[in-house]
Design a protein around this ligand. Structure first.
Ligand SMILES: CC(=O)N[C@H]1[C@@H](OP(=O)(O)OP(=O)(O)OC[C@H]2O[C@@H](n3ccc(=O)[nH]c3=O)[C@H](O)[C@@H]2O)O[C@H](CO)[C@@H](O)[C@@H]1O
Ligand SMILES: C=C(OP(=O)(O)O)C(=O)O
Length: 420
């Protein structure tokens, strides 16, 4: 297993670019299963999760054709086997996103249950209930979701008890080929859902209301080929901004968007950052100041994202005062806390709340990456800690951060990978 070694060396200063968003790219790759013709996706990030998805699509018979600059062509009409095996689904929960497209296009799907993961139990009951409401027969047996429908799915009105991002995406994709109109109520409003909807519209889908909590889909008989560029990664962007903020430094992130990061930018300003926004870039400058502590409560978009919680715990760990961070989405998303405490942070956990007393300096230590964003928080904390930090199990970070060492080196970090 690869490890990262980071030697703390003071304030971040530099310029870096944001890659395409993992959480938009994954559903969009799965959406290509809905079309009868090749769909070309551009601005794909070079990530382990993308490789896993392409492997999964390949097992189904869809052969990716690689183009220049991370452009990939996929043809849904090549599907021969509507089966998503456990050995691939276990690597990446987002594999569940093949369920809706396979069922809608081919009338059946056999997808391994994703199971729990480090950040919580993450059930998929709302995906299944929604497909049943659209007329599918779904059985869960031997660890697999086996779904089928006679003819087309039927449009339905579906109310989500809980806001679910991939649940909304799965049903949105399924509804594009259903007979009649589907209304998704209490739908996720995340920008990645909007990006998926924009791609589906280019493929011929009839969708309105995406970006609000009510999405209307008028089913069509077939979807055709299209070209779509994946949106920039707001969580990767936010991670670079926090790296600069906690190190009292300065960063400019290019190829990104500020309009999808409002809650995060507001908290960074509250922490004392000067933020400047330009055409496709965001600049953060702490002007040498130590960050002020900021209270955070995670919630569905447009509120503060759970995927930025760990990075803000790291920021608060070195802030000048005390703060509270409340996690409301996942029941077990504080595993970075004990690792940050090993680096000298003072964080106490009470249920879903972290109480943080900022310290002036952290110190390097051997730590364990436990999930994707937890790993990112340890890496950025290590960049300003005294001495050397060894981050083990970094395969988590490779799921979601493209060229992490190269990009952080652009910001002045002393970071290197030790292949394991
Ligand atoms: C690939 C991708 O896009 N992943 C993102 C997606 O995950 P994902 O889509 O898996 O997360 P959800 O939005 O579904 O989860 C939100 C909450 O709903 C619950 N729930 C969800 C589905 C369901 O059928 N039943 C149920 O109870 C979950 O346990 C959780 O408590 O949104 C999360 C919340 O913004 C992000 O952290 C992930 O980065
Ligand atoms: C939790 C995340 O991803 P996933 O849903 O793919 O596990 C994430 O991107 O922070």
């Amino acid at each position: 297993m690869d490890k990262l070694i980071i030697t703390g060396n003071g304030p971040v200063d530099g310029e870096v670019w944001a890659s395409g968003a993992k959480n938009a790219a994954l559903p969009i790759l799965c959406a290509t299963l809905l079309a009868d013709e090749p769909v070309v996706i551009g601005n794909l990030p070079h990530l382990q999760d993308i490789t896993t998805t392409l492997e999964l699509l390949g097992r189904m018979g869809v052969e990716p054709v690689m183009g220049e600059k991370m452009t990939i062509q996929l043809d849904g009409s090549q599907v021969k086997d509507c089966h998503a095996p456990y050995e691939l689904v276990k690597k990446m929960r987002a594999s569940i996103l093949v369920l809706g497209p396979l069922l809608a296009h081919f009338g059946h799907a056999d997808v391994s249950l994703p199971g729990g993961c480090a950040i919580g139990s993450r059930p998929v009951d709302l995906h299944i209930r929604g497909l049943e409401a659209m007329g599918a027969e779904v059985r869960v047996e031997n660890g697999y979701i086996r779904a089928q429908v006679d003819g087309r799915l039927n449009g339905a009105t579906i109310f989500f008890d809980t806001v679910t991002v991939t649940g909304t995406e799965n049903l949105l994709m399924a509804a594009t080929l259903a007979s009649g109109t589907t209304v998704l109520e209490n739908a996720a409003r995340e920008p990645e859902v909007v990006d998926l909807a924009e791609c589906l519209i280019k493929m011929g889908a009839r969708i309105s209301g995406h970006g609000s909590d009510t999405i209307l889909i008028e089913g069509v008989e077939r979807l055709h080929g299209a070209y779509h560029d994946v949106m920039p990664d707001r969580i990767e962007t936010g991670t670079f901004l926090v790296a600069a903020a906690l190190s009292r430094g300065k960063v400019r992130v290019r190829s990104t968007r500020a309009d999808i990061l409002e809650a995060v930018l507001a908290k960074l300003e509250e922490a004392g950052a000067r933020i400047t926004i330009g055409d496709g870039w965001i600049e953060l400058d702490m002007e040498g100041r130590r960050p002020r502590p900021v209270n955070i409560r995670t919630a569905p978009y447009p509120a503060f994202p759970t995927d930025m919680q760990a990075q803000f715990v790291a920021l608060n760990a070195v802030a000048d005062g005390t703060s509270r961070v409340v996690e409301t989405i996942f029941e077990n998303r504080f595993m970075h806390v004990q690792e940050l405490n090993r680096m000298g942070a003072k964080i106490a956990l009470e249920g879903n709340t972290a109480m943080i007393t900022g310290v002036e300096r952290l110190s390097g230590a051997p730590v364990m990456a436990t999930d994707l964003r937890a790993s990112a928080s340890l890496v950025i904390a290590a960049m300003m800690a005294d001495g050397e930090t060894l981050v083990d199990r970094i395969y988590h970070i490779d799921r979601g951060y493209e060229c992490i060492e190269e990009k952080l080196q652009l910001l002045g970090a002393r970071i290197r990978r030790i292949p394991g």
